[in-house]
Design a protein around this ligand. Sequence first.
Ligand code: CP
Length: 301
Amino acid sequence: VRHLLGIKDITPDDIALIFDTAANFKEVINRPIKKVPSLRDITIANIFFENSTRTRLSFELAEKRLSADVVNFSSSNSSVKKGETLLDTVNNILAMKVDMVVMRHASVGAPHFLTQHIKANVINAGDGTHEHPTQALLDGFSMLQKLGSLQGKKVAIIGDILHSRVALSNIFLLKKMGAEVMVCGPKTLLPRHIEALGVKVELEVKKALQWCDVANVLRIQLERQQIKYFPSLREYSLYYGINKKMLSELDKEIVIMHPGPINRGVELSSDVADSEHSIILEQVENGVAVRMAVLYLLAQS
Ligand code: CP
């Protein structure tokens, strides 16, 4: 495998290898000396055409922990604003002898397009509403570390499934690793025929919480809505917002996850996001180790 474009394209064995490698790197980055020389002499460009906090910083730290040389590009302060195309932008960056490209783009398939035109390894850091493979890998790895196994675990993905690349990549990964998956949200934010991916569908959040071992909670992606979808944020919060009282009414403990950024008081109340149920910051910590594993393994290809 030369590129990581989506979870759909990789096998359960690939995922297990990434998890094993990430576990080793997690030990490394918890040592006083966090750096290893594995990617010395490799140059990596992080090319972001959409905003990011976690993914961009996590990739950059992962690359630096592996001793790679790193350049960062953000379209908002670049010559894209003067009309330069995606391909010209990337070819100009590659002319500076770059070996790997990590790219986030608002258009579905943009990283796939790049692989047809450039020789560098390409990692998809999120393409529109399509896939966000390293997020799914870090989510799966975090569940594995918390629960010991993904096989047979019940994971409810709750929120704006329609516009979420995190949801799609999570569904592919969890199904490949033997978990049961449910999606839950208002009908207007669920893709038509989502059952065809082998997931259960639930419209009532309390029933989803009662069913699951893990709730992976997503925000409403207002920036991707072409038309104004029902419900409004206030209505969403009223019918789907998860709060401490709802968790206390369950007859079991569940794990709460969120890829970030959280809209506090909409999909999650602060007393849940910051509670002992939440592994949200562990997800962020694991993201660095998982991205180190992906970069290290692709560099061997
Ligand atoms: N989870 C995630 O992709 O967050 P950012 O948009 O901040 O990178």
